[in-house]
Design a protein around this ligand. Structure first.
Ligand SMILES: Cc1ncc(COP(=O)(O)O)c(C=O)c1O
Length: 367
């Protein structure tokens, strides 16, 4: 299979896979156990915490591990139930791990406002400012979108809202390894990560929390993760995430320029083969582009590519198999017929020009 769906998930890096296997075989002791093997397991977790912290410019005490990006986002939102200010502002193009959570917590007195985006999928600062109320207790805007790749001006938005002391969360699940992330220059209070988006294992993620006193556990149980996440730690996942984060940061520039080159090559050739395609991605993450093929249904295009052993997506992974128009494209003002004619291509570090040529040829034949 030729794989162009890296925003859904990435193949695990061979060094990470090897490490994960070794940990599972050798370091099976419970990290809470006080004998030496338990302490060794604990020290492996702490090393991984430092690796993840270093990847985003955080202190290791500001990182705790979760089961993934979904749980990290949930923890930040559900935490608002314990606080006085119960109004939350989010962008209208957030992942379901934000939008659907809000729908669930509304019944406990949380109110939500959705920031519109412009036709390029960008949140404008004025639109955020207009929604702020006296009881706004959280603003959550993703660093980069998972369907069109738009990188949001988080730093500028935070500079504008700083004086109001409203906690700020960003879902950075798609961004790590593709653009530099520094929690201090961004100015965020919370930031969500997921290992399987940067060649790490699935089922493991992390939440950066600037001040741990301001958040409570979502998964109640033992005192693991400084009391912020109960449950025996997924040691191999955590160690795999730490290594994947370290590798992703070391290779970020090389990887991003490779992805940008593939994207440009693909787009230039696609446009010359099919001049009426529309590219919906502007100011996007390297290698993540959304393309509309007017007159073609995305699910059929996808199935035809699949028959040629090429994997692409028609939206976020969570919406795959679901032919409802994408909410992200809808928020960008894209009409239903074009919305349903849109594919997402997300390139990865191992993709080659030769594979992109095969994709171009396949699309040429199908179209
Ligand atoms: C932007 C964004 N947030 C959150 C998630 C969920 O992450 P996980 O799969 O680790 O739960 C995803 C995964 O598709 C995502 O793209």
């Amino acid at each position: 299979m030729i794989y162009f769906d890296h925003s859904a998930t990435t193949p695990i890096h061979p060094l990470v896979a090897k490490k994960v296997n070794n940990i599972n075989r050798i370091h099976y002791a419970n990290p809470s156990s006080i004998y030496s093997e338990g302490r060794k397991a604990k020290s492996l977790i702490e090393k991984a915490r430092t690796q993840v912290a270093n990847a985003i410019g955080a202190k290791n005490t500001q990182i705790f591990f979760t089961s993934g990006g979904t749980e990290a986002n949930n923890q930040v939102l559900w935490n608002k139930l314990n606080e006085e200010k119960k109004h939350i502002i989010v962008s209208s193009i957030e992942h379901p791990a934000i939008i659907k959570v809000l729908k669930n917590i509304e019944r406990y007195g949380i109110t939500a406002s959705f920031i519109p985006v412009n036709k390029n999928g960008l949140v404008e600062i004025e639109s955020v400012m207009k929604l702020i109320k006296k009881d706004t207790g959280l603003i959550s805007i993703m660093l980069a979108n998972n369907e069109v790749g738009t990188i949001q001006p988080i730093q500028e938005i935070i500079e504008n809202t700083k004086s109001l002391n409203i906690p700020f969360h960003t879902d950075a699940v798609q961004a790590l390894g593709k653009i530099p992330i520094d929690v201090n220059s961004l100015g965020v209070d919370y930031l969500s990560l997921s290992a399987h988006k940067f060649y790490g294992p699935k089922g493991i993620g992390a939440l950066f929390v600037k001040n741990k006193k301001k958040i409570q556990s979502l998964i109640i149980g033992g005192d693991q993760e400084d009391g912020l996440r109960g449950g025996t730690e997924n040691i191999s996942g955590i160690v795999g995430m730490g290594l994947a984060a370290e590798i992703a940061i070391q290779n970020q520039q090389t990887c991003s320029s490779h992805l940008k080159n593939l994207e440009k090559y693909f787009l230039d050739n696609l446009k010359s083969n099919s001049p009426n395609i529309i590219c919906n991605s502007i100011n996007n993450l390297p290698g993540l582009i959304s393309i509309t093929f007017p007159g073609f249904q995305s699910d059929i295009l996808m199935a035809k590519l699949d028959r040629k052993k090429i994997a692409v997506s028609n939206g976020s992974a969570c919406n795959t198999g679901n032919i409802k128009p994408s909410n992200v494209l809808k928020a960008m003002g894209i009409k239903n017929d074009l919305n349903l004619s849109t594919l997402r291509f997300s390139f990865g570090k191992n993709n080659t020009k030769d594979e992109v040529d095969k994709l171009l040829n396949a699309l040429k034949e199908i179209i």
